[in-house]
Design a protein around this ligand. Sequence first.
Ligand SMILES: CC(C)(COP(=O)(O)OP(=O)(O)OC[C@H]1O[C@@H](n2cnc3c(N)ncnc32)[C@H](O)[C@@H]1OP(=O)(O)O)[C@@H](O)C(=O)NCCC(=O)NCCS
Length: 158
Amino acid sequence: MVGVTITLREITEDTVDAVLAVRTTPEQERFVSTVAYSLAEAEAHPEGNPWFRAVYADDEPVGFVMLSWEVVPQPPDINGPWFLWKLIIDQRHQGRGYGREVVRQVVELVRANGGTELLTSHVPGEGSPAGFYARLGFVPTGELDPEGEILLRLPLQD
Ligand SMILES: CC(C)(COP(=O)(O)OP(=O)(O)OC[C@H]1O[C@@H](n2cnc3c(N)ncnc32)[C@H](O)[C@@H]1OP(=O)(O)O)[C@@H](O)C(=O)NCCC(=O)NCCS
């Protein structure tokens, strides 16, 4: 992270191909979908109020993040109002603090818009992002979603 600036940028016609090239490792594809699939999901589920951005390290696309943005919760299918739906850091750029910085920036945005907690979920199992989320302060709510994903909550109140 030293000397690198992480920004969340809108995806445009000019940048979409570079953002679609962002990839996890094949083993991690059990835990998160590709950028292409995530964009298709956003299109297919307007009821989830998808908000997404490409993650840039300086001027290089290195990831993708998608939220349910102030959605009306309809559990168990739609969690919210603020739900971290996708987080992808390209395999060549993992382990440098970029994922942590993206969550920090997302938390700032959510707080600025009045959110008091950020929810997320993950597929359980070997190689899952459970440890990543735990380090950032997310705690399991004790619930599973209909797909068996573990629901997590990050309280944002001081
Ligand atoms: C999970 C992911 C977003 C983490 O991003 P990253 O940029 O590699 O993570 P960071 O470098 O910011 O890590 C922050 C901290 O979490 C730890 N961490 C990262 N991934 C971890 C994992 N899978 N298990 C345990 N700890 C992990 C790091 O060691 C670091 O710890 P530190 O506080 O000691 O420095 C990224 O690895 C990824 O895209 N994985 C595949 C997709 C995925 O599972 N996404 C989540 C979908 S729900």
